[in-house]
Design a protein around this ligand. Structure first.
Ligand SMILES: [Zn+2]
Length: 355
């Protein structure tokens, strides 16, 4: 690994170390006009010079970065030696032997072992010197990375969540949903670098990502409850620095069904039983979530008694054997009203028989 070259950003911009924001901006604009690759097509080094100018401006126009750079200045050689120790690979971790000053710790944050290592992109938009100085830095650089700076730290993409309602029947049978999400995607113009031909990418304003409406067909498995989350792996925001994409989650709400109460994997319902059937026994029809089934009523059935229809409840989410809860049926005995004269006579006779 060749030694990293110190870059004098002040001389790149042609300003002195005390230059204020306005002077820096003015110097950048003047030089950018002269060095722009579009007006220097015959000069093969123009692109490189222009890149260097952008890098210098990125640092010196940002208060926090400039401060860090100024602090870094004269001690550069010392840290450069620490970084070019034998066997130094691209993921060199020199933090154990190097910077005595706490502020420099940030350059070397991360450890390959925890997957959060600093990622030095060879083809990155800025120099290795820049990466070393700002690459592993959080906080101050996060803002800059939003407006299109370096995206060096390996990071998982953003997870997205969509709230979806399903009917109770769909909770039992499973369902599919077409969903549209506004998902961040890598900008195709600049391949996520934020730069197009050395200047801020006009398609994504230098952020490296664009928002796209993405349509997904999502399969909702049988057995979901309110609060279940269905994961669609890898369809969320794009990963950064070689990190994996985020996921999309469907947050499920099961719409209430006036006929059924959900108790875990069991369902509870009420069924009307004519008085005669309750007394003499017989069959009634009961609504399940999917259909209507016959249920036996034994003679002498009381009001409010609960019968169990096995396997007519909610599926166990993720069960391969199709296991399901039960449907608990509570009887509601229906007493006949508006009796005829003849019925009154017979009921009176029945009552007299019991007394
Ligand atoms: Zn772009």
């Amino acid at each position: 690994m060749s030694p990293i070259q110190f870059k004098d950003y002040y001389s790149v911009l042609g300003v002195d170390r005390g230059a204020d924001e306005k002077a820096i901006q003015r110097a950048f604009r003047e030089r950018a006009r002269k060095l722009h690759p579009d007006v220097n097509r015959d000069d093969p080094s123009a692109e490189e010079k222009f890149k260097e100018l952008n890098e210098a401006y990125d640092v010196l126009s940002d208060k926090e970065k400039r401060q860090r750079y100024d602090m870094f200045g004269s001690d550069w050689e010392r840290y450069q030696h620490a970084d070019t120790a034998p066997n130094a690979g691209p993921f060199t971790s020199t933090r154990r032997q190097a910077p005595p000053d706490g502020d420099f710790e940030a350059w070397f944050t991360g450890d390959p072992a925890d997957g959060q290592f600093e990622y030095r992109e060879r083809s990155g938009r800025f120099s290795e010197f820049f990466d070393l100085l700002f690459g592993g830095q959080q906080g101050g650089s996060a803002r800059s990375s939003e407006r299109g700076g370096f995206r060096l730290r390996r990071r998982r993409g953003e997870d997205l969540e969509i709230v979806t309602s399903v009917s109770l029947r769909e909770a039992v049978t499973g369902a599919t949903r077409q969903v549209s999400i506004n998902a961040p995607d890598v900008c195709a113009t600049c391949n996520g670098t934020g730069l197009a031909r050395g200047v801020e990418c006009p398609t994504c304003d230098g952020t490296g990502t664009v928002t796209r409406v993405k349509r997904l067909e999502v399969t909702i498995p049988p057995g979901v409850h309110t609060g279940s989350r269905v994961r669609v792996a890898g369809q969320g925001g794009p990963g950064v620095g070689g990190g994996p994409n985020g996921d999309v989650y469907l947050a499920i709400t099961v719409a209430p069904d006036s006929r059924f109460t959900i108790k875990g994997n069991n369902l509870v319902t009420k069924a009307k039983v004519p008085m005669y059937t309750a007394i003499l026994g017989g069959e009634i029809e009961v609504d399940t979530v999917e259909s209507r089934v016959a249920m036996n009523i034994p003679p002498g059935t009381q009001n409010g008694r609960t019968f169990k229809l096995r396997g007519k409840g909610l599926p166990n989410l993720g069960s391969k054997s199709g296991e399901r809860g039960d449907l608990l049926v509570q009887t509601e005995i229906v007493v006949p009203e508006n009796l005829t004269e003849r019925e009154r006579e017979l009921f009176t006779e029945l009552r007299n028989l019991r007394q």
